[in-house]
Write a protein of this length. Structure first.
Length: 257
């Protein structure tokens, strides 16, 4: 709860003899609705959803999600405790009857040999606030596509850049069904972790309800993770950490076929 909410509730306890502490999930939903209803939406992000960047320092409720203990604990148990958060999250609400999100991946460092690590360096943490189903725009992924080039990689229009934002709805490749795709169906409040390099998309929202997602980005240092017991790619060993490579969203030589 924000300090204002705490004060309001204490006053109500003293005045009325009762108060309701909102359940966190509901609170996140209400806060997302409030922000979706009051902030301006950029028209170019219609495939991604409302796409509102909320800085934690400006929003105590979203800040609480960034520090959410159960998620931290789950990450630690998996050995992902060296990831650190960016300063903001994205509200990616699919409004009722809105189009599918095209196939894409979100890794922006394809010129860097770091791209070839068999472990994730940058991950998204996606909190789906309601149940997601095929009809309301669930996430789809192509498992393993973060490590291995498939023909679709070379057919896609570059992710989230000018090109993709203006493709036609139902684009035959960008919005295609892939034989290896998996629909990620979630219960309300589920957290989905994903490697920034994995190919993913989201189905259309064909319902009259909003599909709310809060997406956080986390990255880890450029080191071998403690849990890693497999081979270490020589490209990673030889990667000179001093060099900064120009950003690129296009998988190049570091994504093997
Ligand atoms: O809407 C979703 O489920 C995924 C959103 C996403 O992948 C993105 O905006 O990059
Ligand atoms: Fe994405």
């Amino acid at each position: 709860m924000t300090p204002e909410m705490v004060q309001e509730r204490r006053e109500q306890m003293l005045r009325d003899g009762y108060c309701v502490i909102p359940e966190f999930l509901r609170e996140l939903g209400q806060e997302s609705d409030r922000l979706n209803d009051t902030l301006e939406h950029h028209p170019d992000t219609k495939y991604q959803g409302t796409h509102l960047g909320i800085h934690y320092e400006d929003n105590a409720i979203m800040q609480r999600l960034a520090e959410w203990q159960p998620a931290r604990q789950a990450s630690e148990q998996m050995g992902f405790d060296d990831f650190t958060s960016s300063k903001q999250l994205l509200i990616l609400t699919k409004e009722p009857y809105t189009p599918a999100l095209y196939w894409h991946q979100d890794w922006m460092r394809w010129n860097d040999p770091l791209s070839c690590t068999p472990w994730p360096q940058t991950i998204f943490l996606s909190y789906y606030l309601g149940e997601t189903r095929i009809e309301n725009g669930c996430l789809k992924v192509i498992p393993g596509s973060q490590l291995k080039r498939i023909p679709l990689h070379d057919q896609l229009v570059t992710t989230h850049e000018q090109g993709t934002r203006f493709i036609e709805e139902n684009h035959p490749i960008m919005c295609s069904h892939h034989p290896d795709q998996v629909d990620v169906l979630t219960k309300a409040g589920s957290l989905v972790l994903g490697d920034a390099r994995v190919l993913h998309a989201a189905r259309k929202n064909q319902t009259d309800q909003r599909r709310n997602l809060l997406l956080l980005w986390h990255s880890r240092p450029e080191t071998v993770p403690d849990y890693w017991e497999g081979e270490i790619p020589w490209l990673f060993v030889e990667d000179d950490l001093e060099i900064t490579y120009p950003a690129s969203r296009i998988p190049g030589q570091y994504l093997p076929a």
